[in-house]
Design a protein around this ligand. Structure first.
Ligand SMILES: C[S@@+](CC[C@H](N)C(=O)[O-])C[C@H]1O[C@@H](n2cnc3c(N)ncnc32)[C@H](O)[C@@H]1O
Length: 244
């Protein structure tokens, strides 16, 4: 079972709008102008397809990949016009070449080894046409040292979620948070627990991994400089790079 399978229902309901309400205007500024009309776009770690839906509404032909079957099931329901595949970010295979690629909401921090990050970048590069732009956001150390995964809860009549971070290890560069969820299904409360681990990379590590994979002209933007205020913008970097 993939990490997000148990979390998918809550993610689909609560985790999309706030982030993409802030992130999409940024993509409109730094990435979308570089795509042709009706572009073919790859969404890596596409989650429940919220971004795929926004791009499809703009006339793009989206293919999304994600390791979680449950996240992909929501994506298929949310955006029937897009194509989705259950696959890992470091070993997916897609047919044909894309005009652009995207990966949002610190999904790349879920890749816990630099070799996995490099493998993902190589896969994305392979899927892109020469000159095609790839945009993603990724959290740097500042995000994990401050309020990433601050305690948070949702309590409703038929569902409850409690999230708590258990800190950041400066030696391993790993951050950890636990999500405990309950849902009332056919009169019975069902419990599930998910442990989310994320790794923070430095900008030189990201830059080197991109270069090795065949990307050039990489630009890093602090999310706050692009208007992403509050906790979501803290320590977040948007990166735009180009397939050689
Ligand atoms: C924070 S969510 C972001 C989802 C989506 N990009 C968005 O913007 O809402 C992280 C996603 O990455 C996916 N993911 C984590 N590790 C992965 C891996 N190794 N390969 C593919 N997908 C992965 C999870 O299943 C989850 O859907």
């Amino acid at each position: 079972m993939a990490l997000y399978d148990d979390f998918a229902w809550f993610y689909n309901r609560y985790w999309n709008e706030e982030f993409h309400g802030l992130a999409f205007p940024i993509l409109e500024r730094i990435w979308l102008p570089r795509l042709p009309h009706k572009a073919r776009v790859l969404d890596v770690c596409c989650g429940t397809g919220y971004l795929a839906g926004l791009l499809t509404a703009r006339g793009m032909k989206v293919t999304g990949i994600d390791a979680s079957e449950a996240m992909i099931a929501h994506a298929r329901e949310n955006v029937p016009a897009a194509e989705f595949q259950v696959a890992g970010a470091a070993d997916f295979q897609v047919l044909g070449r894309f005009h652009g690629a995207v990966c949002t909401f610190d999904s790349l921090n879920h890749l816990l080894e630099v070799e996995e990050l490099e493998a993902c970048f190589r896969r994305v590069a392979k899927a892109l046409k020469p000159g095609a732009p790839f945009a993603f956001d990724i959290l740097l150390e500042a995000a994990y040292k401050t309020n990433w995964a601050d305690a948070f809860s949702i309590v409703r009549d038929d569902h409850v979620l409690a999230l708590s971070g258990s800190g950041f290890d400066r030696r391993t560069h790993l951050a950890h948070c636990r999500i405990t969820m309950f849902r009332l299904i056919e009169g019975e409360w069902k419990r599930s627990d998910v442990d989310v681990r994320e790794r923070c990379y430095t900008t030189p590590e990201i830059d080197t991994a991109l270069e090795k994979a065949g990307f050039v002209d990489t630009t890093f933007y602090d999310a706050r400089d692009l208007g992403m205020r509050g906790q979501l913008g803290q320590g977040r970097t948007f990166v735009v790079t180009t397939k050689k």
